[in-house]
Ligand binder design. Structure first.
Ligand SMILES: Cc1ncc(COP(=O)(O)O)c(C=O)c1O
Length: 317
């Protein structure tokens, strides 16, 4: 894993790779006591010729900087972030699965590690990147069955829902565990003000398809601006679909022809059903659907099989 440190109001020192292992932390660390932490998720892919590719790592760097600003933390520069991710991928090259088998998931993590007894920004920050090989999720054969929660909300206006703060994830576990106990795969959250507009899923964004129109909730600070979401919007427009980013009432979910989710972990996940207010709606799933066409293009670009006219892919060796 890669580790770098900095003190408040200063730049990060040069980091270095070390063996994966525990980190030492003050019991009064800002991250432990006040949730001062943000993270990212990005992947390295092995191309057929063995070369290693990253997908839009600078977007993760920018998002970490925005998140760090929201949580009053120092952040690595874009260059340092991308360099750390490259070093981590190359340092773990032997763990990157062969093409089609999976990828190396990398977790850049920024923590307030210095002690702070009162509620205030920590005096020291640690930026690290660790990695794990993951297999390819392929959700066509096992589509997601989503549950719409009107009891639990992920975030609220003016909160930190728009950034990848560590504080956004423990609060969804209750909803997620309860949904899983009832046999669902994940939860769709609604806005906390009107309790009727779609936001997102626990760790992915949501898209609805009806005719030639693809719609997804607009990012107004309460949902995470997914990098997969952003990429899928560009690809879909180029493939001739009309894409709308807007507020979407939960009822529209029940009228959609197809629903899919986007996120780094599973890229694009087909949704087989959604349950809201005890009513279950089933959707078409299969290879000829919009989500699958987008999946093939997106993953094709990521693994170097489809021409990358967007310049999203970075070859690192
Ligand atoms: C809450 C949330 N929404 C959406 C996403 C999808 O974002 P991305 O496509 O950048 O992985 C994630 C995962 O990072 C997430 O945690």
């Amino acid at each position: 894993m890669y580790v770098a440190k900095c003190t408040r109001n200063e730049s990060f020192q040069q980091g270095r790779l070390s063996d994966y292992g525990n980190i030492k932390l003050s019991p009064a660390a800002g991250a432990l006591n006040y949730g001062q932490g943000v993270f990212e998720g990005t992947k390295a892919f092995r191309r057929e010729d063995g070369k290693i590719l990253l997908f839009r790592p600078e977007q993760n760097a920018i998002r970490m900087q925005i998140g760090a600003d929201r949580m009053c933390m120092e952040a690595p520069s874009i260059q340092q972030f991308v360099d750390a991710v490259k070093q981590t991928a190359l340092g773990n090259k032997r763990w990157i699965p062969s093409p089609g088998k999976g990828s190396l998931y990398m977790r850049p993590l920024l923590l307030g590690t210095g002690p702070t007894l009162g509620v205030a920004p920590a005096p020291e920050y640690t930026f690290l990147v660790y990695a794990s090989p993951v297999s390819t999720y392929f959700k066509v054969k096992s589509p997601l069955n989503l549950y719409v929660s009107d009891e639990f909300h992920r975030t609220t206006r003016g909160g930190a829902g728009g950034v990848k703060s560590i504080t956004n994830y423990a609060p969804v576990m209750k909803a997620l565990l309860s949904a899983k106990e009832q046999g669902f795969s994940d939860v769709v959250y609604l806005d906390s003000v009107h309790k009727k507009y779609l936001e997102e899923v626990s760790t992915s964004n949501i898209f609805l398809v009806k005719g030639n129109v693809i719609s997804t909730p607009a990012t107004i600070g309460t949902i995470l601006e997914g990098i997969t979401r952003k990429s899928v919007i560009d690809i879909a427009r180029d493939l001739g679909s009309k894409v709308e980013e807007r507020s979407i009432e939960v009822g529209k979910l029940m009228e959609a022809e197809e629903v899919f989710t986007t996120g780094t972990a599973m890229s694009i996940g087909s949704v087989g059903s959604v349950t809201y207010n005890c009513k279950r709606v089933k959707y078409k799933t299969g290879n000829d659907l919009v989500g699958q066409k987008l999946y093939k293009t997106l993953v094709g670009i990521q693994v170097g099989k489809v021409e990358d006219k967007y310049n999203w892919v970075v070859q690192i060796d």
